[in-house]
Design a protein around this ligand. Structure first.
Ligand code: ADP
Ligand code: ZN
Ligand code: ZN
Length: 747
């Protein structure tokens, strides 16, 4: 008798274990296959086979049969099963939750199926086909269908094609099938997401000396399937070419590769590059694929049809076999961390996959994360550097402009005189410019100049944002809209105006100064539709506009040869966010944006406007001095006990009624205190443990409370974070709770 152990697809702690089922005769099973099983009173639910066993201790009447399989192959590869177990252990979720990461969401609950096309194929030998045709004389339809099929290439046609040529072909075809002259075949039709993509000529450039040097370290490691590298290469140093050569080497060794990029839609160029170099051997996974496209790409990968997968964070779960190389571009990006349960860091999982499958890990950035650079300093990652741009092109010259002085001199425009001059000479020279507007933290809000009243959302504790195209105020948390007041509701003053600098405002100002210059604006409003992002970028590349105005989404990865001027309208906006990473984020963003200037023959100029020119993040970014920034920031983190020296975790409670959130948070606090009572050896590592209302007390009408823990980053201390995750999973009356680790905002 054969049995199997199954994890059922229910994300509840009570069923977070294997259940034993009998394998009925004739059903071929192996670990990793998805099955339907009866469970409790439900006749069928989905599950994953994790193990086959010969015997079972349970009385036979208590063991039920596997109903059937969902696919005839294991959807979860053995190494992915292992990875799921690792995620369960480190992020304190159930195995069912971890397994859900491994397959496209659409595959669960049978919401998507393969798209198939039916083909009619002639089965009789070519020598006797004429004879068969002659035999059908008395059935003209049958003869017509058969004649059409034998005249088609390979003796086959899709039924779709037959239908379009011969009316009412089906009964005749069915008869031919019955007689054994034709057979029907269902073939998978894969949806391709590459329709509209630009293609580049795939010529290999001659490598630069720097590229040669770093590849001479990376390629031998790829050959041996080992090594973990951090490639610190300034913007425009040619990192993409290094990736391409390394991927090609892995492919030559018969192995596969994964390339992670922050969010692929943000770098369509990267996809284009890989597709033009690797063609059908490359697959792309990103959030803008339709469910069908996503599933089909997944199937192509799982079938072993591709050598390299390019994708955003979740592509780390690509079902590739024999992974020999994982590359993470822009490794400092926070988007590599999934914040929701199950929480994971794609960089950590990449390291694990490489260790388990014998592969090389390559992290790359012009502004490495504090953590990775610190790891390189300790020797846990091998540091490789490309300090110069391709062809010794100069780094852009950065002009720092003190906006306080501009204001004192009576300039109330969003642009300084220097930025305007720079923009003018760039346009006069026939080049293109980028104006970057840091939307985060500098949203446009309406405020009264007489009494200071600001319009806030009635459901959330935040100011509402002004949208000039529709002339409304909108809440960015819940979407509530309100008309713009013309007099202050508080003091009836008419001096109520919007403040701050949004992309629309900047666009309007540009048109005031340069009425004839065409511009393109890229922000959340102009990129809502599918492909809008790619289309705007392509139009700018074709030169249809001279100035590109945009938010964070234009900061990274883009390579426009004709752009020589970058204006950063408000460099320090993000510095004011209440996040311990705001200096790091500011430095990274400024360096990345500056890196868009002067990437080809013409040298670049950057105009960086700030109200805080002395801040070390601004100052070191203006000199493009990563090391100086790193050292100063690490000293500050150590002094203030922030990560990577500590772990920060919080339990966030939200409830309709304030007392529910408060009492749930207070009860969690007592459980944490009791936990540290029992684990006295951990107590000395606790920096702080507090219960309090969140700074933003309400969002979408829910009151918010939190328990915040800061503890020294030691392996043993992860246990405390585990305890918090456990507490978060206990349901509470009228409350929702999430556990966040190093949250991007404590608001
Ligand atoms: P990074 O990602 O390091 O910022 P890219 O990979 O985008 O830089 O390369 C910058 C520019 O240099 C691109 O236009 C790229 O085509 C070009 N480039 C890269 N390597 C070479 C090379 N070996 N020879 C000529 N041009 C190169
Ligand atoms: Zn007022
Ligand atoms: Zn709101």
């Amino acid at each position: 008798m054969a049995f199997c152990q199954v994890i059922v697809d229910i994300a509840h702690e009570d069923v977070d274990r294997v259940f034993t089922y009998r394998v009925p005769k004739g059903l071929e099973l192996c670990p990793g296959m998805r099955v339907h099983v009866p469970f409790g009173r439900k006749p069928r639910i989905e599950g994953v086979v994790v193990e086959l066993v010969d015997s079972c201790d349970l009385p036979p009447e208590r063991v039920r049969d596997v109903a059937d399989t969902l696919e005839d192959y294991p959807a979860i590869l053995p190494q992915m099963l292992e990875l799921a177990r690792e995620i369960k252990a480190t992020s304190f979720c159930t195995l069912a939750q971890a397994l859900r990461l491994m397959i496209p969401a659409q595959m669960r609950g049978e919401r998507i199926s393969e798209k198939t096309k039916e083909y009619a194929v002639v089965t009789v030998d070519p020598a006797v086909r004429g004879q068969v045709l002659a035999g059908q004389k008395r059935a003209p339809k049958r003869a017509a269908v058969f004649e059409r099929l034998i005249s088609a290439e390979g003796g086959e046609l899709s039924c779709e094609q037959l239908k379009s040529e011969i009316d009412d072909y089906r009964p005749a075809l069915n008869a031919l099938v019955k007689m054994g002259f034709v057979r029907l075949e269902k073939r998978e039709a894969l949806r391709s997401p590459y329709g509209a993509m630009e293609r580049l000529a795939g010529e290999d450039p001659v490598l630069t000396g720097q590229q040669e040097d770093v590849l001479s370290r990376i390629l031998p490691a790829v050959d041996e399937g080992r090594g973990a590298f951090l490639l610190y290469g300034v913007t425009g140093s040619g990192k993409t070419e290094v990736f391409i050569r390394a991927v090609r080497r892995a492919a030559q060794q018969g192995r596969t590769a994964i390339v992670l990029v922050p969010e692929i839609a943000l770098t369509p160029q990267m996809v284009m590059w890989f597709r033009s170099r690797f063609g059908e051997d490359a697959a792309v996974l990103h959030s803008r694929l339709s469910p069908g496209e996503r599933y089909d790409e997944w199937r192509r990968i799982r079938r072993g049809d591709v050598r390299v997968v390019i994708g955003a964070r979740s592509a780390i779960f690509a079902p590739l076999e024999n992974v020999g190389l994982i590359i993470i571009d822009e490794e400092h990006e926070s988007s590599y961390i999934a914040d929701n349960t199950p929480r994971y860091d794609a960089r950590e999982l990449a390291r694990l996959r490489c260790e388990k499958e014998g592969g090389t890990l390559l992290l790359a950035s012009a502004t490495p994360s504090m953590r990775s650079f610190a790891l390189a300093g300790r020797g846990d990652l091998t540091l490789l550097e490309m300090p110069r741009r391709v062809k010794n092109r100069p780094m852009p010259e950065v002009h720092v402009i003190d906006m306080r002085r501009e204001l004192a001199q009576g300039n109330r425009s969003v642009f300084s005189g220097a930025l305007l001059d720079g923009l003018k000479s760039c346009l006069d020279a026939g080049r293109q410019a980028i104006l970057f507007v840091n939307r985060r933290g500098y949203s446009t809000f309406v405020s009264c100049r007489s009494c200071g009243y600001t319009v806030t959302c009635s459901q959330c504790d935040v100011s509402m944002t002004y949208h000039s195209s529709e002339n409304v105020l909108r809440c960015h948390y819940c979407g509530e809209e309100r008309p713009v007041p013309s007099v202050c509701p508080e003091c009836e003053s008419r001096y109520i105006k919007y403040f701050g600098t949004g992309t629309q405002r900047v666009e309007e100002e540009v048109h005031k100064f340069f009425p004839d210059i065409p511009t393109i604006r890229m922000d959340n409003d102009t990129t809502r539709t599918k492909d809008a992002h790619e289309q705007l970028i392509a139009a700018f590349r074709r030169g249809e506009a001279r100035i590109l105005i945009g938010t964070q989404m234009i900061a990274k990865g883009l390579d426009f040869p004709n752009v020589t001027m970058v204006g950063i309208v408000a460099a320090d906006a993000m510095l004011k966010l209440p996040d311990y990473r705001s200096a790091e984020r500011t430095f990274q963003l400024l360096t990345q944006v500056s890196g868009r200037a002067g990437r080809a023959e013409f040298s670049g100029e950057v105009y960086l406007q700030t109200y805080d020119p002395g801040h070390y993040a601004i100052e070191s970014a203006s000199r493009q001095d990563y090391r100086a920034f790193f050292e100063q920031e690490m000293r500050r983190r150590k002094r203030a006990l922030y990560p990577p020296y500590t772990l920060i975790a919080r339990l966030l409670y939200e409830a309709d009624r304030e007392q529910d959130a408060q009492s749930a948070a207070e009860s969690a606090m007592r459980q944490m205190e009791a936990f540290f009572e029992r684990r006295s050896y951990l107590r000395k590592y606790v920096v702080s443990l507090r219960v309090m209302p969140c700074p933003v007390k309400r969002i979408k009408g829910k009151t918010r409370w939190q328990v915040a823990l800061k503890i020294v980053d030691k392996p043993a201390c992860r246990e405390a974070v585990g305890k918090m995750s456990e507490i978060a999973q206990t349901p509470l009356e009228g409350c929702t709770c999430v556990c966040q680790e190093n949250p991007s905002s404590m608001m």
